[in-house]
Design a protein around this ligand. Structure first.
Ligand SMILES: *Cc1c(COP(=O)(O)O)cnc(C)c1O
Length: 459
């Protein structure tokens, strides 16, 4: 039986090996490695198994089957990697095993959240008095922002939704764009608003909401905007719509899961003009800040609305009280996410965050340039880190994506854009280099040309 020290050193060494071997491995595990996962399932033994044997099997079977989003050649969905400093903070925080729910259960976790929250507000240039909650991701952040909106709007009508629920409550109108992510729609369904009981606003060809198509807004309306369409990266006309909403007393929530990070860059911030006029913002840290899963934040301009919606005894908490972590999130007990956020922000600094975001955008632009040069179509205006590529007919594009995934030099998924089947490239990892982009673009072009010629000769 190994000592605890030996066990942890073994796990750390295997983790380091995994990260070091990552660049040489396929970004997506081979089918054989996925097949081997069956070795993790067996009759639970009656007696104990030595910790070293447990971790050895976990590594032996697990590591080869892990999806390589920590490497530089994974471009699927919108999935960030992990900065080494954030992985290190995660390991240390794992050793601490803090319960971040209450200040008294972990003054350490509470302090890290407090500092990371202030830094985040500074980096994203959002109102410094905002309330910030550390949640699992943008979906829970959307949930929290929309719950705060629900609270605030109903309170105006003298209705306490946390106590009385929604039956018989004054009606709230919810407005979303046609291209809203499924995430805020799920949040709306969890909140009792219904994911279909929304007013959907038409969009332009990039997926941006058309302000002229908005329904009449009033002080019982929630407008849910998007900064960063999950396919095209498009950003709704935030300034125009926030102004219209403000004039009518409507609540504006922005789903900025990755796009909000554009605000951290002096080069990109103009695309988000007006974002800071909203009432609440949801964003992910596990996407563009490149911290380990799971990590997102809700930011609410007037913290009392978020606290009232999340707190277990909202009415009795005086607004001046010290920040209690649980008062800003749906969970009570939870892990110390602030550790990785604090470490990533400290390590990068303000300029480093901007550079990380700008670098991904440069890489996306380079992908687009290479695809166009080879004669393939890029369907979106590449404003951020997202590129939508068509290699011709849907069927051909489908075959190219399949072949690319099978051969495995990099990994891209598919999506539907304006009724067409396209390949989606999302550059969200700190680890991607220009060399990665050139090599992957070359592989894409080679495979696409090969598939195209198969078709021509009638295979
Ligand atoms: C990724 C994403 C989400 C969902 O985020 P999770 O972290 O998976 O909950 C919501 N909205 C947009 C625009 C996204 O890109």
């Amino acid at each position: 039986m190994k000592t605890t020290k030996e066990l942890l050193e073994f796990a750390a060494r295997q983790g380091i090996n995994y990260l070091e071997e990552r660049p040489a491995r396929r970004p997506y595990p081979a089918p054989e490695a996925i097949g081997e996962l069956s070795r993790l399932g067996f009759q639970l033994p009656d007696g104990p198994t030595g910790p070293e044997e447990v971790i050895r099997l976990l590594d032996e079977v697990g590591s080869p089957a892990a999806v390589g989003n920590t490497g530089g050649r994974y471009f699927g969905f919108v999935i960030g990697g992990s900065l080494p400093v954030a992985v290190a903070a995660n390991w240390l925080a794992g050793a601490w095993d803090q319960n971040a729910g209450l200040k008294i259960t972990s003054p350490l976790a509470a302090k890290l959240e407090e500092v990371a929250a202030q830094w985040l507000l500074e980096v994203l240039a959002l109102p410094p008095q905002s309330g910030v909650g550390f949640v699992t991701g943008a979906t829970m952040a959307n949930f929290c922002g929309l719950a705060a909106a629900r609270h605030a709007l109903l309170k105006r009508k003298g209705w306490n939704v946390e106590a009385q629920g929604l039956y018989g409550a004054p009606e709230i109108k919810v407005v979303v764009g046609e291209e809203a992510h499924v995430s805020p729609l799920k949040a709306l369904s969890l909140l009792g608003f219904g994911s279909e009981r929304v007013i959907r606003v038409p969009i332009n060809s990039e997926g941006e909401m058309l302000p002229d198509e908005l329904p009449p807004l009033d002080d019982m309306t929630i407008v849910c905007l998007q900064a960063g369409n999950v396919n095209s990266g498009a950003i709704d006309p935030l300034y125009e719509i926030c102004r219209m909403a403000q004039a009518r007393g409507a609540w504006v929530h922005i789903d900025g899961a990755f796009g909000l990070w554009g605000a951290a860059s002096p080069q990109l911030a103009h695309q988000l003009k007006g974002y800071n006029l909203a009432d609440s913002w949801a964003t992910d840290l596990h996407k563009w800040l490149n911290v380990p899963y799971d990590s997102g934040v809700i930011i609410c301009r007037e913290p009392e609305h978020l606290r009232a919606a999340m707190s277990i005894n909202a009415a009795y908490i005086p607004p001046q009280e010290e920040r209690e972590p649980y008062a800003f999130t749906p969970e009570m007990s939870r892990r110390a996410r602030g550790a990785e956020a604090w470490a990533a922000l400290y390590s990068l600094g303000k300029a480093g965050v901007a550079e990380l975001v700008e670098r991904s955008c440069r890489h996306a632009a380079l992908f687009a340039k290479r695809m166009k040069r080879a004669g393939f179509e890029v369907l979106n205006e590449v404003n951020l880190n997202q590129v939508l590529v068509s290699f011709g007919a849907d069927e051909l594009t489908r075959r190219v994506i399949n072949e690319l995934q099978k051969e495995g030099p990099c990994w891209c998924g598919s999506t539907t854009w304006q009724g067409r089947h396209v390949m989606r490239i999302s550059v969200s990892s700190w680890a991607t280099t220009e060399e990665d982009v050139e090599a992957c673009a070359e592989a894409m072009v080679r495979i696409a040309k090969q598939e195209k010629s198969f078709k021509l000769v009638g295979f």
